[in-house]
Design a protein around this ligand. Structure first.
Ligand code: AVJ
Ligand code: FE
Length: 445
């Protein structure tokens, strides 16, 4: 919903939107967990991930905590399992050893929580308390479920065995020849938001920020371009890597993006159980921050800062305003961006002309998360809401910000202001990148 729309929406419309968003998230959680048998649900497919059945019950547990107990003021359903599903109590690697709810129990638990949450949604006043203002708590819980659905999709990618997920191919490239880069003008723009109803604490508040003119890649870096770096010996030349990146690459024997394999006839990869040849015009995915940074140096460029990314995605030079999305203020449609697991891969560069920003940057939303060079911190005036553990406890130099969402991100959990973060070594997430460079004198736009 647009900001103006939601300010005007009545309580009944807000309730209907929240119900619809929660229902869509649940259909996805069920599809991701029904796709495999019980053994696969309780198994740990990678030390980096929880068993799928943990994610499922954790989704229910957070919903119980926020919607049933806090917003609804109702009695707890299962206070005995709070600890097991508290992400801060147990690292992912330790979760399989916990006395987890089994698949059938987890399914009935999330169903019971949802029935109660819907009852709360029907009755609770959507005003008078910040948590329920414009149905925020319901939006927050929806985004939480969708975030875990993307995490579960990453677990599916790590799972061994035959394909169990299916989706149509993304649209082909249809933009015609695009310039390699576009100039984003210098000057102040509005970063972050104070108006977006379901924006999370770290996206707030809106603030003015000056950014020098810069050149931004028109599209994310493709697998074909990345393969040139690989085949040119980029992984063996320390010159392109930061000291931490080189140490990481050496210690872990990193020689290509995760899931890639060199065959006699070129690069192949495994994707959701399918072994296939790399597609040259598709954005590269499953690279760490350190690999992205090395590629950018090899290309004579650099990664964009988070502010540059957001200015590319939101700033409209004609009005001086920041939009909700690159294409405007409307919610993402199938023509704008590759989101929501509608396809099981990034779309080729140039597949979404209708999603381009006013300055002509394509595919900022959807396809692949994009690494930025910025560490995760709060904006000036940041205040944790409603809990410190959503983002504040992660602030610091350990985490790099990722922007824009991937093919596995639902539209409810992405917008021009949305901030994601991860360790710079992580590769199992659906992360790629684009590069940038400073504008020279006389190129100030
Ligand atoms: C914002 C994606 C980094 O998955 O760790 C899920 C989202 N927070 N449960 C994560 C989240 C609590 C978070 N990220
Ligand atoms: Fe969570």
């Amino acid at each position: 919903m647009t900001t103006t729309e939601s300010n005007e929406l009545g309580a009944e419309q807000l309730r209907a939107r929240a119900a619809e968003a929660l229902t869509r998230a649940r259909a996805r959680s069920i599809a991701l967990t029904d796709a495999v048998d019980d053994e696969d649900l309780i198994k740990q497919h990678s030390k980096l991930m929880s068993p799928l059945v943990w994610d499922l019950a954790h989704i229910g547990s957070q919903e119980e905590l926020w919607l049933v107990r806090d917003v609804g003021g109702r009695e707890p359903l299962r206070p005995d399992i709070d600890d097991i599903y508290d992400a801060f109590q147990h690292a992912r690697a330790d979760r399989p050893a916990l006395p987890l709810l089994g698949p059938a129990e987890a399914r009935s638990y999330v169903r019971e929580v949802r029935e109660k949450a819907f009852d709360v949604l029907e009755r609770v006043p959507l005003q008078g308390r910040r948590l329920t203002e414009r149905a925020f708590a319901f939006g927050m819980v929806t985004q939480h479920e969708q975030q875990h659905d993307e995490t579960m999709l990453a677990t599916h990618q790590l799972r061994q065995g035959d394909p169990v997920l299916h989706a149509p191919e993304p649209p082909p490239a249809r933009s015609g020849a695009l310039p390699a880069e576009v100039l984003v003008p210098g000057g102040a723009f509005t970063m972050g938001t104070s108006a977006e109803p379901w924006a999370l604490d770290n996206e707030r508040p809106a603030h003015e920020l000056a950014v020098d003119a810069f050149w931004m890649d028109t599209t994310p870096v493709t697998s074909g371009a990345y393969a040139e770096f690989l085949d040119g010996g980029g992984y063996d030349d320390e010159a392109w890597w930061s000291p931490e990146g080189w140490a990481y690459r050496t210690r872990n024997g990193i020689t290509a993006p995760r899931f890639w394999k060199r065959e006699q006839d070129g690069w192949w990869r495994t994707r959701f159980g399918v072994y296939e040849r790399i597609t040259a015009d598709e954005p590269v995915v499953h690279v760490s921050y350190f690999e992205a940074e090395a590629y950018a140096a090899w290309a004579g460029r650099r990664l964009p800062t988070e502010a540059e990314w957001e200015k590319s995605a939101r700033f409209d030079p004609a009005t001086g305003r920041s939009r909700r999305f690159p294409w405007g203020d409307e919610e993402p449609g199938a023509e704008h961006a590759n989101l929501g697991q509608r396809h099981l891969r990034p779309a080729p560069a140039g597949a979404y002309p209708a999603g381009a920003s006013p300055t002509g940057v394509h595919q900022l939303i959807g396809d692949v998360w994009e690494w930025t060079s910025t560490d995760l911190y709060g904006y000036p005036g940041f205040a944790p809401f409603p809990y410190r553990e959503y983002s504040e406890v992660f602030f610091g130099p350990e985490y790099k910000v990722l922007r824009g969402g991937s093919f596995g991100t639902d539209s409810a959990a992405i917008r021009g202001t949305f901030r994601n973060w991860d360790y710079p070594i992580r590769r199992q997430i659906f992360a790629g990148f684009r590069t940038a460079r400073d504008a020279g004198p006389g190129e100030v736009g």
